[in-house]
Design a protein around this ligand. Sequence first.
Ligand code: SF4
Ligand code: SF4
Length: 304
Amino acid sequence: MGIKDGIIFDIKKYAIHDGPGIRTTVFLKGCPLQCFWCHNPEGINPDPELIYQSNRCLEDCSDCISVCQNEALSKQNNSIFINRKKCALSGKCADICPTEALRIIGRKISVLELILEIEKDRIFFDQSKGGVTFSGGEPLMQPKFLSALLEECQNRNIHTVVDTCGYTPFRNLAEIKDKVDLFLYDLKIMDEKKHKDITGTSNRVILENLKNLSKLKKKIIIRIPLIANLNDTEKNIRQTAEFLKSLGNIKDINLLPYHKIGTGKYKNLKRKAYGPEIKTPLDEKINKIKIKFTNYGFNVKIGG
Ligand code: SF4
Ligand code: SF4
């Protein structure tokens, strides 16, 4: 795959929570973190995947089994079993499935193909001061592809947002910094050990990258997913506010209370949803957190 090709797993049109105006959000596949509350677990694996939703499957159908030349599918207890060792991801079963019970998540696409898709929405961007948002997964997992896309958008005067977890070598951020109009930068928790426990990685690189990006005076909105009893504690909110204040150029924070949208997807991917039971903080708590950040001088919004 050349630098002009990448793997995406979704394109969301008319998005209104991923930056200013009406936006087209492109989800690039692959993420270096494994946050246990992830809403897009289908974005974690950098490669395309075959997923199966048993509740969509028809009892008297076996079309997918007949079409699979690799004999990777079988029916067990009225459900399709995928032998992933045999599956070559041809997508033939997904193409023939009448109910989309089988789907391939992730497709290769060239920069030009994707730009032409984005261009279809230009009228909405122009009317609403919107543009395109690159999200994921983690878009910086495909740094060359992302950089080429941003360059093309810049040449075409399309406003660009990159939604990042910040876990990438800084050279990748440095490469794109002048092609991005706004960064949405996710911060989970300040305690390094807890960060490792809940995402699988240390937060050192993430915090260091944010410091360096701030020094370059880039426009950044911080996004904090709020999970009850995990990162909504007094201590974490204070540490986060003090850290952000020390950076000098951060003005905006979006608080994103956890919601359960992604939980069914784990089953479809045959991936274990791990970690303790996840809960949304109570509204009262969310409002208190908003006031705390506001008192530090930030503009705070609940939601994206
Ligand atoms: S994707 Fe292709 S190889 Fe894999 S199960 Fe479906 S038909 Fe078989
Ligand atoms: S083709 Fe679709 S509906 Fe038919 S058995 Fe396969 S998964 Fe189920």
